[in-house]
Write a protein that binds this ligand. Structure first.
Ligand SMILES: Cc1cc2nc3c(=O)[nH]c(=O)nc-3n(C[C@H](O)[C@H](O)[C@H](O)COP(=O)(O)O)c2cc1C
Length: 341
């Protein structure tokens, strides 16, 4: 497989999934520290680019350390998408442009964007070709779902169209638009797509651990993997996977104190960026809920996180959780051995 994207030569790159409201600059950098190879911004509307409003600028903002990074665009009009991509390149010069052909949200699909284009292959081909032409030699990639619904699964066909349009790599989320996030990702169709085109295909959907990723890597011809929700609870999934690929051994999750350090640092960075503690911590609640999944005593943590509004509260919760877990471990060690008389 030949690729214009250098990160596919001789390695199996791990992508952090674009996730609106989640994969912001802070989270992307935390994942990069924990081994993510390729980052993508959350999706940005082509129309928003034209308006150049503050919100759009925030979505596009990244630091040099995040390279290679792509900006993901959505929209349905080929000329608008092409012009928006050109403006993004002038504005922030990413390493690639990614086209969103998978978003299931009504607000997007009713305007024929995101996954709606899977139902209209000529329009999808026009958007892809227009952007590729407009920004060459900047690579353009695409992210698709496997189809609109169970009766119209067409990802291998769509992949060939995208290949013909000059797309450099394709990420496939193994669900239909109709599924949303329900049901299991269909890895058979992802495998079909990977076999159908000679550009890199990145598999995505339900990859929750190093062994999941290794299994899919061995069973299919995917050239890379993209991890979304699992990274929200365990950003170290990237480094664990790399360790597994290198040694064949799955390392333990980081020590509990290290996990808490990461969570507290995420909060500190959010507060610093927002410049106001209370609103920053309120908007961290959903993120803390996601982190709780990889922590002991998750249920109690979720209750506490649901009304957190200060950094110091998270620090106290961390101390209590570490202490509690240490006590439990030492109690288990102290269980007396019954000696039969
Ligand atoms: C909160 C959230 C926001 C998302 N936003 C985007 C987005 O902006 N662009 C996109 O292509 N996919 C988006 N997705 C889909 C993910 O990129 C990914 O395809 C999906 O979560 C499946 O991967 P996973 O099972 O590893 O989570 C989003 C998913 C979630 C959970």
């Amino acid at each position: 497989m030949l690729s214009t994207l250098p990160w596919f030569s001789n390695r199996f790159p791990l992508y952090l999934a674009p996730m609106a409201g989640v994969s912001d600059k802070i989270f992307r950098q935390l994942c990069k520290e924990h081994g993510a190879d390729i980052l993508t911004t959350e999706f940005v509307s082509a129309e928003g680019i034209f308006r150049r409003n503050q919100r759009t600028r925030e979505y596009l903002d990244f630091d040099e350390i995040e390279r290679p990074i792509g900006v993901q665009l959505f929209g349905a009009d080929p000329e608008h998408m092409a012009e928006a991509a050109r403006q993004v390149i002038d504005w922030v010069a990413p390493d690639f442009i990614d086209l969103n052909f998978g978003c299931p949200v009504n607000k997007v699909v009713t305007k024929n964007g995101g996954s709606a284009l899977l139902k209209d292959c000529p329009a999808l081909a026009s958007v892809a070709a227009a952007v590729v032409r407009a920004v060459a030699p900047m690579p353009v990639t695409a992210k698709i779902r496997i189809g609109w619904d169970a009766d119209s699964i067409n990802a291998p066909h769509v992949a060939r169209i995208l290949f013909d349009a000059g797309i450099a790599a394709i990420t496939v989320h193994g669900r239909t638009r109709a599924q949303g996030y329900a049901g299991a990702a269909d890895w058979d169709t992802i495998a079909e797509v990977a076999a159908a085109v000679s550009i890199p295909v990145i598999g995505n959907g339900d990859l929750a651990s190093a062994s999941d990723i290794a299994k899919r890597c061995h069973e299919t011809r995917i050239a890379g993997a993209m991890i979304g929700r699992a990274a929200m609870s365990a950003p170290w999934v990237f480094s664990q996977t790399k360790h597994y690929f290198a040694t064949g051994e799955i390392p333990d999750a980081p020590e509990l104190s290290e996990r808490w350090n990461l969570i507290v640092r995420h909060c500190q960075l959010a507060v610093r960026q927002r410049g106001a503690e209370e609103p920053a911590m309120r908007s961290m609640r959903a993120r803390l809920m996601a982190y709780s999944r990889a922590m002991p005593d998750a249920k109690r943590l979720r209750e506490k996180f649901s009304h957190v509004s200060a950094l110091a509260e998270v620090e106290t919760i961390a101390e209590e959780n570490i202490l509690c877990s240490e006590n439990e471990t030492s109690q288990k060690r102290e269980i007396p051995v019954l000696v039969s008389s």
